[in-house]
Design a protein around this ligand. Structure first.
Ligand code: ZN
Length: 566
């Protein structure tokens, strides 16, 4: 793996551990260079006007300096009281340049300001004055003698005491641990500078959070977004750390019992290994996942952390469900996280479909599920896509427009996306005569967009896919993605060495491996019809599914589990 090189420009990037802080030195640098040039000229020419201008520029430097040098960190002390009612008390010391403090915006069904109680300003003499509400989630300071302000408030966390729909977006208390989205905890200001956070919790409790750790219970973030667009978990809970090279992942399981933990733990290392094989250029990072039993099966991504919830307990019987869910969400770090589409709605089929396709493949390839289960999963996707193409309510929708309403068009975005990804894979393999696959397309995209921070567009995708396939694939995208053309599902399956019986109006799909002798015959027949010396289908069944066909075991594992309390 390699570190991403910061792009050169006027913005200097200082990287420290997991946090990146940026300081815009552009204006300062420009003013300094101009002033220096003018002063040199002034000394040469003795022109009073030039000297005046130079002095003016020097003043502008002096005016810019405080921004750089005197931005003071905000300091928060958060004491969590795990009694009943569940609550936290917070003391904050922060710069308030405009006299206003605020909570995070309403999100996920939570109005964060509802939970902030007794918000008051503490004077230098120890006096306490309540803050005045200026609007929902916005308060103005009663006393504005200083830029630096001390605040104190309580956070009513009783909303986390019961599971509710969307609880992964707010918080949930499990008796011995608390999952809380940081938006609930912090009243912020427009002051620049880092934020320091110290948690006061019982000594036996652990803290799992993507905030940058300074010491045992002290953390730091670069800005308000990093502070609040993440979660923190306190208490007694299983936490699994695993890594490969410079890629680290922490999984926290509040409220998950030891038996469930022992089922979950083995899945991460092989899945991560497979993803890093697909994307060897992945930049070093540390990902944080929370998994718990909430009110619904759902997932939510925050800035440096992701949350997944399932209603049902983790059991060996439904391994296919939770294994795939975790593999799917982890793959989003690359597809969606690093590869960011410019027009999200129109490319949801790619973000979700390719992610689901690789998740399905990966859990089969690494031996976490059987080949039979993989085929069943594929049958579901093909059947859902076929039915979606047939069903009257969706006749005006294409795979491209389906992303505008992901829930309503779920069969298109997810299952249709998988079928499109599958057919794109076989098409690339066929066109490149087995030399390239969808993996090569993803690697190219990672180089061009993932590592540069550039968002990819639909046109980029068509061009890149064509480049990898060595053939113009614009027809594939215009026919099957932008229009309602039916993907040649049977043909794609055949080329991958699979037989299929499909019934669109009934939503039925039956897929099986071709008999080995049939596969050979097919390759031979196709080859004999081809004018090319290289048989067109020679590589297809072999290169797409070698690991399914020959039952290849998990790739050899070289990573180490850093620590495990599970
Ligand atoms: Zn997804």
């Amino acid at each position: 793996m390699q570190q991403v090189k910061p792009r050169l420009g006027r913005r200097l990037v200082f990287s420290h551990a997991d946090s990146i802080r940026t300081y815009d030195v552009g204006p300062l640098l420009t003013a300094f260079v101009r002033a220096r040039l003018l002063l040199v000229n002034a000394l040469r020419n003795q022109s009073a006007q030039t000297i005046l201008i130079a002095v003016g520029f020097l003043f502008s430097i002096v005016a810019l300096l405080p921004k750089l040098a005197f931005a003071q960190s905000a300091n928060y002390k958060v004491r969590v009281d795990f009694g009943h009612p569940l609550q936290a008390s917070v003391e904050a010391e922060l710069d308030v340049p405009d006299g206003l403090v605020f909570t995070a915006q309403h999100s996920g069904g939570y109005a964060w300001w509802d939970f902030i109680k007794n918000l008051h300003q503490i004077g230098e003499d120890g006096s306490s004055v309540p803050l005045l509400s200026a609007a929902a989630g916005l308060w103005s300071l009663p006393k504005r003698t200083n830029r630096r302000v001390r605040l104190a408030y309580d956070v009513d966390l009783s909303f986390a005491e019961k599971a509710r729909r969307g609880d992964l977006r707010g918080g949930l208390f499990f008796g011995d641990s608390l999952y809380v989205v940081n938006r609930a905890l912090f009243v912020m200001s427009n002051g620049s500078g880092a934020k320091n956070i110290e948690f006061d919790i019982p000594p036996a409790f652990v803290i799992a959070t993507p905030l940058q750790k300074i010491s045992g219970r002290a953390f730091r973030t670069a800005d308000n977004r990093e502070l609040t667009d993440n979660w923190t978990i306190f208490g007694r809970l299983p936490v699994v750390d695993f890594s490969e090279g410079k890629f680290q992942v922490t999984f926290a399981f509040p409220g998950v019992n030891a038996e469930e933990g022992s089922l979950l733990q083995p899945i991460f290392t092989p899945v991560l290994h497979e993803y890093l094989r697909i994307f060897p250029q992945t930049p070093a990072t540390h990902l944080f996942f929370a998994f718990f039993h909430g009110a619904e099966d759902n997932g939510e991504a925050y800035l440096n952390s992701t949350t997944l919830t399932m209603v049902d307990p983790i059991t060996p019987k439904d391994r296919i469900l939770w294994t795939n869910l975790l593999a799917h969400e982890l793959f989003h770090h690359w597809n969606g996280g690093l590869l960011v589409p410019h027009d999200n709605d129109k490319t949801e089929w790619f973000s979700e479909g390719v992610t689901e396709y690789f998740a399905n493949r990966t859990i089969s390839r690494t031996g976490l599920i059987s080949q039979e289960l993989f085929l069943k999963k594929l049958e579901t996707h093909v059947a859902m896509y076929d039915y979606w193409m047939w069903a009257p309510p969706f006749q005006r929708t294409t795979l491209e427009t389906a992303g505008a309403d992901k829930d309503y068009n779920r069969p298109a975005v997810y299952s249709g996306g998988v079928v499109a990804a599958f057919c794109l894979d076989t098409t690339i393999q066929k066109q490149s005569r087995g030399a390239k696959s969808l993996e090569d397309l993803l690697r190219l995209m990672m180089d061009q967009y993932g590592l540069t921070g550039k968002q990819w567009t639909r046109d980029d995708l068509v061009r890149d896919a064509s480049k990898i396939a060595g053939a113009d694939l614009s027809g594939f995208f215009s026919r099957y993605i932008a229009s309602r053309g039916m993907l040649p599902v049977k043909q794609c399956l055949t080329e991958a060495g699979l037989d299929a019986a499909l019934l669109d109006y009934a939503g039925e799909a039956f897929i099986s491996f071709q008999e080995p002798h049939h596969r050979r015959r097919l390759s031979f027949e196709k080859a004999s019809h081809s004018s090319s010396e290289t048989p067109v289908f020679k590589f297809a069944p072999i290169s797409i599914w070698p690991w399914l066909m020959i039952g290849l075991k998990s790739p050899s594992l070289t990573m180490s589990a850093v620590s495990s309390t599970m």
